[in-house]
Design a protein. Sequence first.
Length: 143
Amino acid sequence: MIAQDKVRYVGEPLAVIVADSLAQAEDAADAIELDIETLPPVPDRKVSGSDQSLLFEAHGTNRVMKYTATKGDADAAFATSPYVRRERFSVQRHTAVCMEPRGVLAVWDGAKTKLTVMGAAKVPFQSRRTIAKNMDLPRTAST
């Protein structure tokens, strides 16, 4: 997704350049002008949960979802327990981050009614079925 109106994280794509040569792409990149206003940092989930600096203002919160799970009567169990201990644990942010870019190139051949998609994908056949369905394209016999 390309940033619009607000850049929400370091490395968020700002533009897409399509060119016939490297020189044209470099010239196009040089022509891009940005006027970015610095936002307050959101260094951890506690600050994010305060909703002081919102990623998407229209939602009014940074929380994507909230899970609540219960089993049995926890309040009764704690009330009758011989020992109760409260602790707060925190774990650093962790995510799988790929070293390779997530670029993709698609070439449409109108004469053959064929779309060729090239990119890094761990599930190429599922991707092909999804793209064909979403673009109302016929699937080949092998899909």
